[in-house]
Design a protein around this ligand. Sequence first.
Ligand code: PMP
Length: 402
Amino acid sequence: MSALDIIGDDLKTELPGGETVRFTYLDYAASAPCVRAAAEAVAELLPRYGSVHRGTGVRSQTSTVAYELARDVVAEFVGARPGDEVIFTRNTTDSLNLLARALPGGTRTILFEGEHHANLLPWPDPVRLPAPSSPEQALAAVSAVIDERCVLAVTGASNVTGEIWPVRELADIAHASGARVVVDAAQLAPHRPVGLDDLGADYLAFSGHKLYAPFGAGVLAGRADWLDAAEPYLYGGGASATVGDRPGDLTWAVGPARHEGGTPNLLGAAAIAAVCAALLVADRDALHRREQDLLARLRDGLDGVPEQSLFGPDHPRVGIVSLALGRHDPARIAHRLGREHGIGVRAGQFCAHPLVRRLLDADRADGCTAPGAGLLRASFGLGSTTEDIDRFTGALADVLRS
Ligand code: PMP
């Protein structure tokens, strides 16, 4: 038994013929299933929680200690430096919106159109660069526009192609010009170490529910100065230090509390921290090798599947593949995979409409794809097996043929 075992991995589903099979979940990029460490952290707190930072007595005190301990573990997970802070949020979308509202006036944000909408839309003064076709092109495009009044907001790994972006190299360019760097690590954190310094990030955002914890909590980590100077993102208790009798007569808290208005989500924070703690002591190289083996097997399996084209480079990428399906409608194929084969994948544009449009346009230019609404995505992680991969490629070939 390991802290990183998936719970509920033996979930069964019934096929139309009456056969019961193990459900094959290949939608980790949307929400990963929960690992034992997170489930145990929640179970341990359920009988004893109380309000964090509010109240006396053993429940409240235990909860406050557990919450701040969770923050310390996440700080270690992201390699927080002096001057960094860890804020618990709802998810990556919340983290990036919070930061976008904390930027000093006049800051422009440089980003690529290939970003997930959570990193495409929140920024107040965005400069949108075309999705690059190579790392070199990405570096050149950023070099050409960045200066010290900018923030570069970049994904660590694409939720569409699985491609790992050259974040470190981009960050070096940004820092050389005096700009700061925000990394959307929603898809990177479940697959690779996400040290702020290693990535060259000033800020990092990720979601618990993609990191094998349940829903409802996320993280924004990074440099405290702008965050401590900014108006809180949520007005309310916890965020305010003192409130006078007249409207506007108030002072805001300094530190993470400033941006954690309202009663903190202790269970969410503890679940994320438990996964972070388990990953900190895990053999990440072994997990990485296993993921790359599954990716290679998936690519090999897809070679035998007609009428599909796969996007993104072989390396470096995480366990995410998106396919165009020729004349077939991806939504219908995904539905059939679920109903007829007990396989959960996702179809559509994955909250990255500009990128998916570009990929489909390129595919059509190759004469491959009929007008269609999107792509089919399979994504995997800690609980995935070679059997899952083989079932997917076999079932896909089957439904595309019939
Ligand atoms: N960024 C990326 C790269 C994502 O894949 C996602 C989720 N699909 C998000 C941001 C947003 O995450 P959440 O929905 O948890 O806020």
